[in-house]
Design a binder for this molecule. Structure first.
Ligand code: FE2
Length: 672
C-alpha cells in the first residue's frame, strides 16, 4: 500500500507567553477520512514565534481537506500551559497548499478545530459537517459573548463587566496592557498631580495651569494655549478640532435665535447683511439643542453645583476664508435674561465662548466619541461574532477592525462612566445627565449622519474652505469603499446571494435591534436586498471604527489639555446680562484645580498610541486566502500610503497641521 505524506507547518504566534510545555496533538480532517493524532511536541516545548514542520503519513486519501484539530495535555499532567497557535499550512500529496488561520489559545480544556481559510457563504456549503461546524462556532460565540442592557435607551453591550472574563483572543495583549498601566502612572508622576487631585480651589492664574503638564506638552497644546481666546481659532475648531461634527450651513435662523441685522452688521462687509450672507452660503450654525434636556439637572462637584448651557452659536465665513463667531446665545429659550452675546462684549464674550466649549466637551465626549464610535463599535463586534462564522467573508473583512474594542469599552464603563468614576466626579453633566443626554443623542441618530459623504452634504459643508477633516475623510471613505466593494463583490456575485445569505440577514437585524433599538426613523437597514446596500453599510462600519474614531479621539490631549479650551465643568451660571463680567469671573467659572487635573490626566491617557498598534489596512492576521482579496488588501494599503504622503505634504504649509486622519495615525479599530 502506498503511503501518502501531508507536510504540515504549525506556527506558534509571537504573543507574550505564546509557547507551551503542554503536549499538543494534531489531526487532519478531510471529506473522505482523518489522520491519526500526531504529537507536535514530544519532550520539548513549543517556543514563541516559531515554526514546527511535521509529516503526517496516511494510507488512503483524505479527500478535500477541511479542518485541523488540536488537542493538548497538561504539562507533567499538572500545569495547563496554554499555547497560542497562529496558523497551520498543509501541503497535500497533490501539492495543494492550504492555509488554516487559527489565532487562538489552545488549552487542555477543549479540543479546538480550525477551518481551511477559503471564505464561503452558508448556502455554498456542500457538506453537512461544514454546516454543523458553522452552527457550533456560532453557538459557542453566543455563549461567550452575551448581550446586556447597558441602560434603557442606549445600545446594548457585552454582558461581561470585567475584561478578565473575556476569551483571551479578544483581550489586550501583554504589551498593550502593560503600556496602558504605565501610562496611567506616568501621567501623574512628573507633575505631582496626585497632590493636586483633591484640591477644590479655583485657579488663581492661567500661568499656574500652564505649569502642571510641563513635560507632556505637544506642539498642538502650545498652539491651543496661545490662541484659545481668539475668535479665529474658536471658529477653526468647528472644522478641524476635536469635534468637526456640529457645524452646519445656516440658511435661516432658528425661531429661538433672534439675531438682528443691527447686532451683527459690524462683523459683516460694508453694504452686506445677515440675510445676504445667508443667501450666499457664508453663515453657519452650531446648535446644542440636544443638551437642553440636561440643563437644570447639573452635577455637584466638591459640594458645589455646576452649570451647563445649551448654546446656539452663529459663525461667518469671511472673504479671506476665516470662520468667525459673530453671535452666541447660551440658552435655548429666548428672553431678557438670555442675551445674545457679540464679539464686542469683552469678558462676557469670552465667557460665552467658554460655555460653548463646555457644551463641546459634553457633545464631543458623549455623543461623537463614546456613543457614535465606541458603543456602536461594540454592537458591530457582538453582531459579527454572534452571527457570522469565521468562514464568512464579511467576518474576515471586519473582525480585525474590532481588535481590543470590548476591553477598552469595559474599562471605559468602569473607569469613566460608573459611579464615583470620571464622569460622575469631574464633569458638570454628571453620570445621570450623561445617560439622559446619550439617550437623546441615540434617539436622533441617523444612518446618513454616519456616512461622511451624505453627512457633509446634509450639513451643507461641501464648499467651506480649509476643512481638512472633510478633505481627508472623504478620500478615506472612497478608499475604504473601493476596498470593501472589491472584496464583497468577489464573494457576492449577485444580489440574489445577498438575499439568500441567512447569516447576513440575522447580522443586520441584530445591529438594527441592539444598536438602534429598532427605531425606523434611524434609517438603518433591517435587511439587505442588494450588494450595494451591504457595501455601503460595511464601509460605514470600517470608517466609523477607524477613521471617525481617530478624528474624535486622537486629538483629545492636543485640544483638551489646555483646560479653558475644553472645560469639563463650569462653576458659575451662564451670564444673564452684559457688562458685569470681569477677568476674575473667568477663573471663577472654570473648573477647580482637582477637576482640571483629573480631566487632563484622562485626556492624556486616551490620546496615547500603543506600540501594539496596527494602522488602517495593516492586518496582523491573514484571514483571506483567495488571490483577489489579497491583491485588494495590498492595493488598499498602497492607496493609504499615497494619501499619507499627500497629507504630510499638505500639512507642511499649515500653522497647525491636521494629522489625525493621516492613515499612519489611524488605528484599524477602536482600541483606546
Ligand atoms: Fe476612544
Amino acid at each position: 500500500m502506498n503511503t501518502l505524506i501531508y507536510n504540515v507547518q504549525v506556527t506558534t504566534g509571537d504573543r507574550f507567553c505564546a509557547g507551551t510545555f503542554n503536549s499538543v496533538s494534531i489531526r487532519l480532517i478531510g471529506t473522505d477520512g482523518v489522520t491519526e493524532q500526531m504529537k507536535i511536541n514530544l519532550n520539548e516545548g513549543l517556543s514563541r514565534d516559531s515554526v514546527r514542520d511535521l509529516k503526517l503519513a496516511v494510507h488512503s486519501r483524505l479527500g478535500s481537506l477541511e479542518l485541523v484539530e488540536f488537542e493538548a495535555e497538561r504539562f507533567l499532567g499538572i500545569v495547563d500551559d496554554e499555547w497560542f497557535c497562529s496558523r497551520v499550512v498543509v501541503t497535500t500529496p497533490e501539492a495543494d497548499v492550504l492555509l488554516f488561520p487559527c489565532y487562538c489559545w489552545v488549552s487542555s480544556q477543549e479540543t479546538r478545530v480550525f477551518r481551511e481559510a477559503s471564505a464561503k457563504l452558508i448556502f455554498q456549503e456542500t457538506r453537512s459537517k461544514s454546516l454543523e461546524d458553522r452552527e457550533m462556532q456560532l453557538k459557542k460565540c453566543q455563549e461567550e459573548f452575551r448581550w446586556r442592557v447597558y441602560a434603557p435607551g442606549l445600545p446594548q453591550i457585552v454582558s461581561a463587566n470585567n475584561a478578565l472574563v473575556l476569551p483571551p483572543e479578544v483581550r489586550f495583549s501583554f504589551t498593550k496592557e502593560t503600556e496602558f498601566h504605565l501610562t496611567i502612572a506616568a501621567a501623574f508622576v512628573p507633575v505631582k498631580l496626585n497632590a493636586m487631585a483633591d484640591n477644590r480651589s479655583s485657579w488663581e492664574s492661567l500661568h499656574d495651569l500652564d505649569q502642571i503638564f510641563v513635560t507632556k506638552k505637544t506642539k498642538a497644546y502650545e498652539f491651543v494655549r496661545q490662541h484659545w481666546q481668539e475668535d479665529e481659532f474658536f471658529g477653526y475648531q468647528f472644522l478641524n478640532g476635536l469635534n468637526p461634527m456640529m457645524i452646519e450651513k445656516c440658511l435661516e435662523l432658528p425661531n429661538n435665535f433672534l439675531v438682528t441685522e443691527d447686532m451683527v452688521k459690524s462683523y459683516l462687509p460694508d453694504g452686506s447683511s445677515l440675510r445676504k450672507e445667508m443667501e450666499n452660503g457664508n453663515i453657519f450654525l452650531c446648535d446644542y439643542k440636544d443638551l437642553n434636556c440636561v440643563v437644570g439637572k447639573e452635577n455637584v462637584i466638591h459640594d458645589r453645583l455646576q452649570y451647563l448651557a445649551a448654546p446656539l452659536c452663529l459663525l461667518y465665513k469671511t472673504s479671506d476664508k476665516k470662520l468667525l463667531p459673530i453671535a452666541i446665545q447660551l440658552k435655548q429659550e429666548p428672553g431678557e435674561e438670555n442675551p445674545i452675546f457679540l464679539p464686542s462684549d469683552n469678558q462676557d464674550w469670552l465667557l460665552a465662548k467658554i460655555f460653548v466649549r463646555n457644551a463641546e466637551f459634553n457633545m464631543h465626549e458623549l455623543n461623537f466619541h463614546l456613543l457614535r464610535t465606541h458603543l456602536l463599535a461594540e454592537v458591530f463586534f457582538m453582531a459579527t461574532v454572534r452571527q457570522l462564522p469565521s468562514a464568512h467573508p464579511l467576518f474576515k473583512l471586519l473582525v480585525l477592525h474590532f481588535r481590543y474594542t470590548l476591553q477598552i469599552n469595559i474599562m471605559a464603563r468602569d473607569q469613566l462612566m460608573s459611579e464615583e468614576a470620571f464622569f460622575s466626579e469631574h464633569t458638570g453633566i454628571g453620570l445621570i445627565g450623561s445617560r439622559m443626554f446619550l439617550r437623546k443623542a441615540l434617539a436622533t441618530l441617523t444612518y446618513s449622519s454616519l456616512c461622511l459623504p451624505e453627512n457633509i452634504k446634509v450639513r451643507g459643508l461641501e464648499e467651506i474652505p480649509n476643512f481638512y477633516y472633510r478633505d481627508d475623510g472623504l478620500k478615506l471613505w472612497k478608499i475604504i469603499h473601493e476596498y470593501v466593494e472589491g472584496v464583497l463583490g468577489h464573494y457576492y456575485t449577485s444580489d440574489d446571494y445577498i438575499q439568500r445569505d441567512t447569516e447576513l440577514q440575522l447580522w443586520i437585524k441584530d445591529i438594527y435591534k441592539k444598536a438602534f433599538l429598532e427605531r425606523q426613523s434611524s434609517e438603518i437597514p433591517q435587511s439587505f436586498t442588494s450588494l450595494e446596500e451591504l457595501i455601503k453599510f460595511a464601509t460605514m462600519i470600517i470608517f466609523t471604527v477607524s477613521v471617525q474614531h481617530a478624528a474624535v479621539n486622537n486629538g483629545q490631549f492636543d485640544f483638551g489639555a489646555w483646560m479653558p479650551n475644553f472645560p469639563s465643568s463650569l462653576k458659575c451660571p451662564p451670564p444673564t446680562c452684559k457688562g458685569k463680567a470681569k477677568e476674575i469671573d473667568v477663573l471663577e467659572t472654570l473648573p477647580d484645580i482637582g477637576t482640571t487635573v483629573h480631566t487632563m490626566t484622562a485626556l492624556y491617557l486616551l490620546s496615547q498610541k500603543s506600540s501594539d498598534h496596527y494602522s488602517l489596512g495593516n492586518y496582523p492576521e491573514q484571514l483571506f486566502v483567495e488571490q483577489k482579496p489579497l491583491e485588494l488588501t495590498d492595493d488598499f494599503r498602497r492607496k493609504l500610503e499615497v494619501l499619507s504622503y499627500d497629507i504630510k505634504a499638505r500639512n507642511v504649509g499649515l500653522p497647525l497641521p491636521y494629522t489625525y486622519l493621516d492613515p499612519e495615525n489611524i488605528e484599524n479599530s477602536v482600541a483606546i
